[in-house]
Design a protein around this ligand. Structure first.
Ligand SMILES: Cc1ncc(COP(=O)(O)O)c(C=O)c1O
Length: 362
């Protein structure tokens, strides 16, 4: 990068990365962007069936997603999810489609892809554009095909916490050459020729150093997934037999997974609440967090113009899961230490309840 004196503006490392990602996702076009958020904003802006309409999305997902729709000039419209896959429920979406609908933004979950076929069918019959937030679907497959080739486009992140780490960054995959061209233009201020713009674009270019980091990470992708899988198995072994706890499985159904998360489910017969357990974990310096909680329609930043629908499955699941510490900084054996902590919580629940209530009413 330094020898070439080329730091940004669609440099050779960005183009190399795009080509490698085309192979990984088995798609003809990849457009690298500065982060997934900007990729999603540009896509929504370009594809919205009508400006100012509704972007259908789940409320059981990343907290920033509705903000991105608003940056694209759209209104979030939340729909419910499927209880088993945690992915957007096609029936809930079908019921929400109206003249106001601008697009469907379906989100792949780490433990399950979306109901891709159902959404592609719904998009074809309703004429509503379909895109996927595939940030947690990197390296995964749907019906044997890599995620990345579905809908009009899919968006991935290269953030440091994601499977492919470019420090920051993101990319859009698509089978549509015309759309890829528009996205390339839009990520570069909308410029088509020296100083001439074809619309309101922005600066969403990925620079060379982030592309270099992502390329280095791509080289080690298989090893990364293997280590994720080993941690997931170590967690599964360690938590086996603790009454009142379960975890989200990666189904053994021939699909490929990235094993990014270990999601612990706190059942009603565990003697502490999910939030109490998280507080205890945090007190022991374990980087655990409530998973997708509160759901986005309950967020304090949910604007007044977004109606608060009944989302019973979302509401229930948002109270149950803990995203347990994962990633390369987890030391071998940490999974067992964390499982022991849960056994301790189970064994000392009355004392823990007493301590919590004494703190509430000192
Ligand atoms: C589901 C989902 N979508 C989008 C994003 C935004 O990605 P980025 O940080 O690359 O903008 C995230 C980030 O965590 C995410 O989890």
């Amino acid at each position: 990068m330094f020898d070439r004196r080329r730091l940004s503006n669609n440099g050779p490392l960005v183009r190399e990365l795009e080509n490698r990602l085309c192979d990984l996702h088995e798609v003809p076009h990849v457009v690298a962007v500065a982060n997934a958020s900007l990729g999603l904003i540009i896509l929504m802006q370009v594809l919205a069936r009508q400006p100012g309409g509704e972007a259908i999305m789940p409320a059981f997902t990343y907290a920033g997603l509705p903000h991105l729709a608003q940056w694209a000039g759209l209104r979030p419209r939340f729909c419910d999810i499927d209880a088993f896959t945690h992915a957007l429920d096609p029936k809930s979406v079908a019921g929400a489609i109206s003249n106001e609908t601008s697009l469907i933004l379906a989100v792949h979950q780490v433990n399950s892809p979306c109901f891709v076929a159902e959404f592609e069918q719904l998009s074809a019959t309703s004429g509503v554009p379909l895109i996927f937030d595939s940030v947690h679907g990197a390296h995964c497959t749907y019906r044997g095909r890599p995620i990345g080739g579905f809908g009009l486009a899919e968006v991935f992140s290269l953030h440091a916490t994601k499977l492919l780490n470019g420090f920051e960054g993101g990319y859009v995959t698509t089978r549509d050459g015309g759309l890829a061209e528009v996205l390339r233009r839009q990520r570069n201020f909308g410029i088509i020729d020296d100083g001439v713009t074809a619309g309101i674009g922005m600066n969403a270019k990925l620079n060379e150093i982030h592309a270099a980091a992502a390329l280095a990470c791509l080289d080690g992708l298989d090893g990364l997934v293997e280590r994720n899988c080993a941690r997931y198995r170590a967690y599964s072994d360690a938590f086996t037999g603790i009454e009142g706890l379960d975890w989200v499985r990666y189904e053994n159904n021939g699909e490929q997974w990235n094993y990014e998360f270990f999601l612990l489910e706190v059942d009603d017969d565990f003697p502490l609440s999910r939030d109490q357990a998280v507080e205890i974990l945090r007190g022991e310096n374990a980087l655990a967090r409530p998973y997708y909680s509160p759901p986005l329609h309950r967020s304090q930043h949910c604007p007044d113009f977004v109606s608060t629908p009944e989302l019973p499955v979302t509401e229930r699941l948002a109270q149950r899961f803990i995203q347990m510490p994962v990633g390369e900084s987890l030391l071998p054996g940490d999974e067992r230490v964390l499982a022991e902590l849960f056994r301790f919580m189970r064994g000392h629940a009355p004392d823990i309840h007493a301590a919590f209530s004494q703190r509430r009413n000192p």
